[in-house]
Design a protein around this ligand. Structure first.
Ligand SMILES: [Zn+2]
Length: 308
């Protein structure tokens, strides 16, 4: 285990791994000896996460022979913009105090070589997609944006990704699950294989109020993230069920919580989970449609896009 002064980390280290699932399985399958297909989504939100956390996670996944889907931010590294959310989002100060070790760690002043990092991720057999432009400005301001502003930021993300890595992203996830139906409609023109913008319990096609069905499938994160669990003091690790998508953050699971993350992965591997890339978990012909709305998730501040 890691030795660390963080009281929250000590608290979580002291917990015995609990094979019981926290909350109900979104797919409702009883435990069985059959192999389960699950996916890991790895969000890389900060410079520190990209230059250190991603590589540590990549090494860990290589060691465990696990493939995952990475989501990379474009535009400026702007975590400092989150400070004003203390005044606008209930519970954000608490979150900041608990997680600031991970998010406010000072990065080196060197220019980060995003291309080398992404090449390394791809060389290990993972896939890499877009995680928005100006990640923390997006989270802070999205609900105030006009449709035009949202589409400009979205397009900047795609073009920045192409300019940096030399190819268009094949999938995308909006920062902080800040998304609405109008931007989803705009996103259709980029012909992504899938997107992961909305919290829900299973993959689906978005449905408008007037019955229009969008063609880009959503593969949601189906289980609580570690930063959410740390805030409401939930159980971790937990066991994944067939079809589950777990979202890790390079700034957390790739840094102070790497040993806890390794424990989580090993428990689930032993429990019959086969980790596949998100693009491989999708079965488009089996998807239902769901309406998008703004909602709340336990342990996360502010309103985010959820589906029902
Ligand atoms: Zn993010």
């Amino acid at each position: 285990m890691i030795s660390c002064a963080c009281p929250w980390l000590k608290w979580i280290e002291q917990r015995t791994p609990d094979p019981q699932i926290e909350g109900s399985s979104p797919f409702g399958h009883a435990k069985s000896m059959h192999r389960k297909k699950c996916s890991l989504r790895i969000d890389c939100d900060t410079k520190q996460g990209l230059e250190t956390g991603v590589l540590k996670i990549s090494e860990l996944l290589f060691h465990l022979n696990i493939k995952a889907s990475f989501f990379i931010v474009t535009g400026p590294f702007d975590y400092y913009l989150s400070i004003s959310r203390i005044f606008t989002e209930k519970g954000f100060l608490k979150k900041l105090l608990h997680l600031n070790r991970s998010y406010l760690n000072l990065s080196s002043k060197n220019k980060i070589n995003k291309i080398a990092i992404v090449e390394k991720i791809l060389s290990h057999g993972h896939e890499v997609g877009l995680h928005g432009y100006s990640h923390f400005r997006w989270i802070r301001d999205f609900l105030k944006w006009t449709d035009e502003t949202a589409s400009i930021f979205f397009t900047k993300g795609v073009s920045d990704f192409k300019e940096t890595f030399g190819y268009l992203p094949k999938f995308s996830a909006a920062p902080g699950w800040r998304m609405n139906f109008n931007l989803l409609q705009f996103q259709e023109s980029f012909n992504f294989n899938f997107a992961s913008d909305i919290r829900a319990n299973e993959p689906f096609y978005p449905l408008s109020a007037n019955g229009e069905i969008l063609k880009t499938p959503q593969i949601p994160v189906t289980r609580p993230t570690l930063d959410e669990i740390l805030i409401y003091r939930g159980k971790f690790p937990f066991t994944l069920e067939n079809g589950d998508v777990y979202c890790a953050h390079a700034e957390l699971e790739g840094m102070n919580y790497i040993n806890i993350f390794q424990n989580f992965l090993e428990i689930n591997l032993r429990n019959g989970c086969e980790f596949v890339k998100m693009s491989e978990i999708l079965k488009p012909s089996e998807l239902r449609t769901k309406k998008i709305l703004l909602g709340a998730i336990k342990g996360r501040t502010g309103k985010i896009a959820v589906a029902k």
